[in-house]
Design a protein around this ligand. Sequence first.
Ligand code: SF4
Length: 171
Amino acid sequence: MKVRIAGLEEESYVDGEGIRYAIFVQGCPHHCEGCHNPQTFDFDGGRLIEIDELLDRIKGNALLSGVTLTGGEPLCQLRSLTELARAVQGMGLTVWCYTGFTFEELIGGVERYFSADEVREFLRHVDVLVDGPFVERQRDLSLAFRGSGNQRLIDVPKTLSGHEVVLIDLD
Ligand code: SF4
């Protein structure tokens, strides 16, 4: 199985906690005003890479805390990324995922891209979801791991096991 990527950052310190393997996927339907990665919008751009190749590269760095899926819109390649996230967690690493959808939008499924069941299966293999579009008028450089104040760092396991969105505690 393959994923279409815009690029890779093999040791990132800014895309989540610890040292992370950041995968910038290609293709984004949100087109947020002020987006820093407009080159990722085109669903036909970037290049395809095998999930197995990504996993081999990730296994090759013992310093990693985890993998971050960002973009672009990772949820638009949910089937491949579910396989990747499952394998990454199987290595004992954490998975962070950025999305331009809000948690409330995606949990019911987004007809064009994924069903509610598919997104739930994906989220079972995600530790932290950074949700919502980048909103330029709420841009805030002081925020950890996100660009605008509307975006949340969601503790996915706790949120899925309860009835409300639980945010992670960074302290
Ligand atoms: S969701 Fe992310 S990649 Fe997509 S337009 Fe918004 S900021 Fe850019």
